[in-house]
Design a protein around this ligand. Structure first.
Ligand code: ATP
Ligand code: MG
Length: 258
């Protein structure tokens, strides 16, 4: 089982879209995938959960037992074969678990995740904050993928994310790796976007920028409004996204697979 945190401090950069894009790519390959929605906004839950959840990830943090974990795992009715996606759903109440006191953090989800089985891939959709929830994800992940947009504030968010990953690796999860940065919503005609992409490559190293970057395409918003993976959007943009997420998944499986 491979586990990735999809994170980024800045809001609206595409963390949920990238998580769902990777989940769609994994499902097309026949992988059993679990999306853990750690964002109190519950965007991934509203797209994925096929029925009203009996329990949520907040309940699992409160009571990290195998019984609670099983109660919270919720099926998804994406019509995309041959794989399968489940979701560990969110709730607005999850926000009370995000408060972070340096030095006092003790991972709780990790206790429940010891019992998790039957999945090839686990993807954490993280909230736009660097509190306890992101740290819960990083404490059990093989690697962290940082999502950003090609903007000044986006670049600042990447620096902060990398600091949080280093801190978690040092203090809680020695195996945790920084997988790299996915630059999303790129418009090739915008000079500022070109400049910011080069700047991020200079600061973090070329290999830290995961290629290909993701262009701005309406297919991403269409997928969201259909409640379906972008892979089923039958436009040129949908097909382009399908290829892009497949490339990203291929690299992740190659770099972190057994
Ligand atoms: N490449 C793209 N092209 C066009 N629209 C996109 C793209 N990526 C994301 N979007 C749209 O941008 C909006 C924000 O994306 P998303 O919800 O994935 O961001 P987020 O980082 O998860 O946000 P939050 O910080 O609130 O959790 C969504 O409406 C989504 O459809
Ligand atoms: Mg989100």
């Amino acid at each position: 089982m491979l586990t990735f945190s999809v994170m980024g401090l800045k809001g609206g950069v595409g963390k949920t879209s990238v998580t769902l894009g990777l989940a769609g790519a994994a499902t097309l390959r026949g992988l059993a995938t679990l999306v853990v929605d750690l964002d109190p906004q519950g965007n991934a839950t509203s797209i994925l959960a096929a029925k009203k959840p009996k329990a949520t990830v907040a309940d699992v943090i409160d009571d990290p037992s195998v019984e609670m974990l099983e109660r919270a795992l919720t099926i998804c009715d994406w019509e995309i074969e041959p794989g399968e996606v489940d979701v560990l759903p969110s709730t607005p109440e999850l926000v009370v678990h995000d408060a972070y006191v340096p030095g006092a953090f003790r991972p709780r989800l990790a206790k429940a995740f010891k019992y998790l089985q039957g999945y090839d891939l686990v993807l954490f959709d993280c909230p736009p904050s660097h509190g306890t929830l992101v740290r819960e994800a990083l404490a059990v992940s093989d690697a962290a993928i940082v999502v950003t947009t090609p903007s000044f504030f986006g670049a600042q968010g990447v620096d902060r994310a990398v600091e949080t990953i280093k801190d978690m690796k040092r203090n809680h999860n020695p195996k945790l790796d920084f997988a790299g940065v996915v630059i999303n919503r790129v418009r090739s005609t915008v000079e500022e976007h070109e400049y910011r992409q080069k700047e991020m490559a200079r600061i973090h190293g070329r290999s830290a920028i995961l290629s290909p970057s993701i262009p701005e395409r309406v297919a991403m918003q269409q997928a969201e409004s259909f409640g379906q993976p972008v892979q089923v959007v039958s436009t040129a943009g949908g097909r382009e996204m399908r290829e892009i997420f497949d490339k990203h998944l291929t690299r992740l499986l190659r770099n972190y697979g057994e």
